[in-house]
Write a protein that binds this ligand. Structure first.
Ligand code: GLY
Length: 368
């Protein structure tokens, strides 16, 4: 097949790489390859710490994709940090959040080991003295999404820029090309080329008529460097404020992330930076000596049921949506790539992820 992939983030590039591996011809277009939400992402591969009540399916998807990550990372030549996640609470109320998470995971089949405050500090000596307890998720990994993006761009090749230019050549019927034209902001469908299918992986901003299916949830995130990083990812509630610190080999670390609904472009705010720094330094007091290197804001692509859209676009069999990964894009990238390629080759769709699920339920509701 000849496939056009719109979007060179982790999802678009993973899909493109998988299609190339399977012998298809792929063109990727993006205005700023690898600079979207994936560029800001912390890279936690932690299905259990990002699931919430009523989201068992996200946990199952996350576990399926986590199982793919070791061979995926090996193929891309990127390092995987298999040191687990430590969930901790800074006060008694925060510990209740950890206990709720542990109960939720126990209900879904995997009870994590609970730790007292001293046990948590023994496991992670950089934790401050006030941490009252936690839980260990030893099977979690993390990866540097920027390393993954660079590896995928090497494999897939430089994406073309969004096209722009000559006047529109009208087509009698909507084709993949007009979706590409709309998404790339050009009127010139003739420059887009001819494809058997278009995969839309444009993060938080889908082209019309699917724009309403995904909304942006802003995340602000910080980066720094320290000589005394935590050994593993630490996720915490600090007086009610969620925060995570993800170490990279060599002392770099990522502190994230705020979570806010906005209808304006994502920008770093003093409020976001202050919230993250205040929570992170209470948790890991040694961060006072860390150097600050970067602050970024990006929109997470969220759907109304927090599950991705993976499959044929409503009313358009030649367009596949690979979107709406919300907090789980890095974790789900290898699985998403397989599911999109399977769909293009065999028509298979996982009903829970079918982008038509919202349309269907509306129609069914109307009939009732
Ligand atoms: N997956 C981490 C975040 O969304 O902040």
């Amino acid at each position: 097949m000849r496939v056009l992939v719109l979007g060179a983030g982790l999802i678009g590039l993973s899909v493109a790489d998988e299609l190339l591996r399977r012998g298809h011809r792929v063109t990727v277009v993006d205005p700023a390859p690898g600079q979207g939400t994936s560029y800001a992402a912390a890279g936690m591969l932690s299905p259990g710490s990002e699931v919430w009540h009523g989201e068992a399916e996200i946990l199952r998807l996350g576990l399926r994709s986590l199982a793919l990550w070791p061979s995926y990372a090996e193929r891309l030549g990127v390092s995987l940090h298999c040191t687990g996640t430590l969930l901790v609470g800074q006060d008694r109320g925060d510990l209740q959040q950890v206990e709720r998470q542990a109960e939720l995971l126990a209900g879904l089949g995997d009870r994590p080991r609970m730790l007292t405050g001293p046990q948590a500090r023994a496991a992670e000596p950089t934790l401050g003295p006030r941490v009252v307890g936690g839980a260990l998720l030893p099977e979690d990994h993390s990866v540097d999404p920027r390393e993954v993006l660079a590896a995928l761009l090497d494999r897939v090749g430089r994406p073309a820029k969004w096209l722009s230019g000559r006047p529109e050549r009208r087509t009698s019927r909507r084709t993949s090309c007009d979706v590409a034209a709309a998404a790339t902001g050009t009127q010139d469908v003739s420059k887009v080329g001819k494809y058997d299918a278009t995969v839309v992986a444009t993060g938080a901003t889908l082209p019309e008529p699917w724009r309403h299916l995904v909304r942006g949830v802003r995340g602000e995130i910080l980066r720094g460097h320290t000589d005394d990083p935590p050994k593993r990812t630490v996720r915490a509630w600090v007086h009610g404020q969620p925060v995570y610190v993800v170490p990279r080999p060599g002392g770099d670390l990522v502190i994230g992330a705020t979570n806010e609904e906005h209808d304006v472009p994502p920008e770093v705010t003093f409020g976001g930076v202050f919230t993250l720094v205040e929570a992170a330094r209470a948790l890991l007091p040694g961060l006072d000596r860390a150097t600050f290197t970067e602050a970024l804001a990006r929109d997470r692509p969220a759907t109304s049921d927090n599950l991705p859209l993976l499959g044929p676009a409503p009313d358009r069999d030649d367009v596949v949506l690979a979107a709406g990964f919300f907090r789980h894009g890095v974790l789900l990238a290898p699985l998403a790539a397989r599911l999109v390629a399977d769909h293009l080759e065999s028509g298979s769709v996982e009903p829970l992820l079918d982008p038509g699920r919202f349309t269907r339920s509306t129609t069914e509701g109307a009939r009732c």
